[in-house]
Design a protein around this ligand. Structure first.
Ligand code: ST9
Ligand code: FAD
Length: 621
């Protein structure tokens, strides 16, 4: 039986009942992708994910790849290869990629809806198969250079692997501290030298070639390669050399080798590699040759095309895991008989009941349900802004507000999504199983281990909080936040829910006002830092708090919008869907009632931020 429990009904609710993507599916740039086709794709991906991809989930955790230092290889287990091959044969990985290089046009909302199911069933498959999507970043940044366009096409056609190569032992969050450097050759190629750390998918036996997208600092070239991130360029460095015209491997090994694979807490089948470039002592000692992407030295901006997508991916992975964690917990709770109903607790002969009868278990289950559904809505809502960006571009225009709102939401998806999911998987989903949750008989302990990484890679939560405040709010001059806040305010002040959501809309209005007050407070602290520089520490003490607070507000709003839709359906004859819609209303009310009042307390805490903790001597910790 599959560990993976999908929630296709709720995905479809979001896409087709809440965000109404069918209004633009089958039209314009999405002419070939109508709503029926999208539903068929979703249904088939759900089946493949649940049956084929999930099949290797346990085996690939218990029998992870083993690094062989003699050959610098780390083959994946056969079970995983089988799942991977099934996914590649399905062709669904090409959804959303440019047709010019062999992709299939599809709205990002559909791509991320499929992404949830793949990432929930066996996340490393999505990660190993991102060669074609990184090919699309190569294509986008090729700057008209024929060779790079060809490479992008080959990455799709050949289904090569690819990696994003930023991190070094002394350059993690601080990417700009990277020391790996590049020197130009006469033939237009570059030699890369250095050691990168923690590189996902840098070695496996899944693909015939791997294209590494590497940030390195050009050396000895005037005008480029200065300090910090802006001195980094992006190089394409293949594992094996190939004929750029045909894609045929030449048989020559490039001098980029995996020199270690980490032993990790979770996500074990996803190889996390030390990657050594151009070391005479490693492999055959060949130089690591690569090409500068495009004709520009603009590496960090180019890499952020990958990072933005990867941050969305990480948030979606976390949320997908919470959803299957919840549904597994729910199934267990419906069967596990333990104790008597609380109303009969003094009667020692009272019948024993399933644990769903206990108030504390119901509290836990509804907390899991409301967060899983709120954050699914958050992912798909964000994706609909990406749809808008996509449609504008296809029409030869730019929708700047859609771009900015998407940018604003990304740290919420990644930072808030991963933190809430990882915590709830441990404190609620696993807890529902009692001691059994701690056992490997059930998938939850693996979910907890596999999901922790989501708060760390692609920028830790601290980095997401800073990105959110300094870049997405301050640098944006509050435009995207203002747009979103106006929509939330309008909903709170509307008659949505015909009185049934009145209390929750009031809670939403207060929470939004408190979160906006927190933004105001932080901006004041930032301004005051012009006179007293240390006041910037007060901002830094609150950036993660603000991210989490606004995450709660946006999630509550989305759930309440969903509840409004559900109430409309319930006003008619909901038939067999009665319980589904009642569940949507209940989850929204629960989320709002339990989470929104806390934002006022968060504001009070934020207002109390003082420099005491910064003035404290390190010895006092
Ligand atoms: C990693 C991988 O952890 C883990 C999982 C891998 C899974 C497999 C791969 C899946 C990939 C999916 C591929 C899909 C491909 C796409 C498909 C498309 C269909 N937004 O603030 P400044 C830029 S990997 C956009 O001064 P500092 C911007 O150009 C490792 N751009 O920064 C900016 O210039 P300007 C992940 C942004 O102080 C420039 O950077 N590691 C954004 O120099 C400088 O900005 C990390 O994530 C943004 N939000 O450097 C590192 N932010 O301002 C985390 C910056 O002129 N650390 N730029 O526009 C950080 O993010 C730091 O804040 C820092 C700071 C490095 C940016
Ligand atoms: P550090 O940057 O040393 O951070 C340590 C702590 O300090 C964290 O809590 C952090 O939040 C905090 N901190 C650091 N700087 C600041 C600051 N300025 N303000 C506030 N707090 C701060 N990298 C790649 O390039 N490619 C990959 O494919 C890849 N895959 C990975 C896979 C795995 C399994 C892992 C573990 C890592 C991977 N990484 C990859 C690296 C990952 O992106 C980094 O680990 C991450 O960005 C954090 O860097 P660090 O580990 O050096 O931690």
């Amino acid at each position: 039986m599959s560990h993976y429990k999908s929630n296709l009904r709720d995905i479809e609710f979001n896409l087709f009942e809440l965000f109404n993507v069918q209004e633009y599916l089958g039209t314009g740039v999405f002419e070939e992708m109508d709503a029926d086709t999208a539903r068929e794709i979703l249904s088939e991906v759900e089946r493949v994910a649940r049956e084929d991809l999930a099949a290797s989930f346990v085996d690939s955790d218990r029998n992870p790849p083993v690094f062989d230092p003699a050959t610098n290889t780390a083959p994946v287990p056969a079970s995983f290869k089988k799942s991977y091959d099934t996914w590649m044969e399905s062709g669904f990985w090409a959804l959303g990629l440019p047709e010019e290089i062999g992709g299939t046009t599809a709205p990002p909302s559909l791509v991320w809806a499929t992404g949830e199911m793949v990432l929930g069933a066996q996340a490393p498959i999505w990660m190993y198969c991102t060669g074609p999507s990184m090919g699309s970043v190569v294509f986008k940044n090729a700057n008209g250079v024929e060779r790079d366009i060809k490479i992008a096409q080959l990455m799709l056609e050949k289904q090569w692997g690819a990696t994003m190569v930023l991190t070094e032992p002394d350059a993690g969050s601080d990417v700009g501290a990277g020391k790996t450097f590049a020197t130009p050759n006469d033939d237009g190629t570059w030699n890369i030298s250095g050691v990168k750390r923690f590189i996902t998918s840098a070695e496996s036996d899944l693909q015939e070639n791997i294209m590494h997208l590497v940030l390195a600092r050009p050396k000895g070239v005037e005008g480029v390669g200065g300090p910090g991130t802006k001195g980094l360029s992006l190089f394409l460095v293949p594992k094996y050399h190939f004929d750029v015209e045909t894609g045929e491997l030449t048989g020559e090994r490039n001098g980029v080798y995996v020199t270690n694979v980490e032993h990790k807490m979770g996500l074990k089948v996803s190889n996390t590699c030390e990657l050594t470039f151009g070391d005479a002592q490693v492999g055959g000692g060949e130089p690591a040759r690569g090409w500068l992407l495009g004709e520009v030295h603009d590496g960090i901006r180019q890499m952020f095309d990958v990072i933005e997508n990867a941050r969305m991916m990480v948030g979606t992975k976390a949320i997908a895991t919470l959803s299957t964690g919840y549904l597994n917990a729910l199934e267990y709770a419906k069967e596990r008989v333990q104790g008597a109903d609380l109303t009969q607790s003094s009667d020692k002969t009272a019948p024993r009941v399933t644990i769903t009868h206990h108030p504390d278990v119901r509290r836990s289950l509804m907390t899991q349900k409301s967060f899983a559904e709120a954050m699914r809505s958050l992912v798909l809502y964000t994706a609909t802004w990406q749809d808008t960006v996509f449609r504008a571009k296809a029409a030869g225009e730019r929708d700047e507000i859609a771009e900015a709102v998407n940018d604003l939401l990304l740290p919420i998806v990644k930072g808030y999504g991963s933190e809430r999911s990882w915590v709830l998987l441990g404190t609620e989903s696993l807890q529902t199983f009692g001691g059994s949750g701690f056992l490997q008989e059930y998938p939850i302990e693996q979910y907890v281990r596999d999901a922790k990484i989501d708060t760390l890679y692609e920028g830790t939560t601290a980095i997401q909080g800073q990105d959110f405040f300094f870049r997405k709010i301050v640098k944006d001059q509050g435009k995207a936040l203002g747009h979103l806040a106006a929509e939330i305010k309008a909903f709170a002040e509307s008659g949505a829910g015909n009185g049934r959501l009145k209390n929750e809309r009031e809670l939403l209005a207060t929470a939004l006002a408190d979160a906006e007050a927190m933004v105001g407070l932080m901006i004041n602290d930032l301004m005051s830092a012009q006179d007293e520089i240390k006041n910037i520490y007060k901002v830094g003490l609150n950036t993660t708090r603000l991210l989490m607070a606004l995450g709660d507000v946006v999630c509550a709003w989305l759930l309440l919008r969903g509840a409004e839709v559900a109430l409309d359906k319930l006003a008619g004859d909901a038939g067999s869907e009665q319980a589904f819609y009642e569940g949507k209303v209940a989850a929204a009310q629960w989320f709002a009632q339990l989470n929104l009042p806390r934002i006022s307390a968060e504001l009070t805490i934020a207002q109390g931020a003082s420099l005491d903790v910064m003035d404290l001597s390190e010895d006092a910790f």
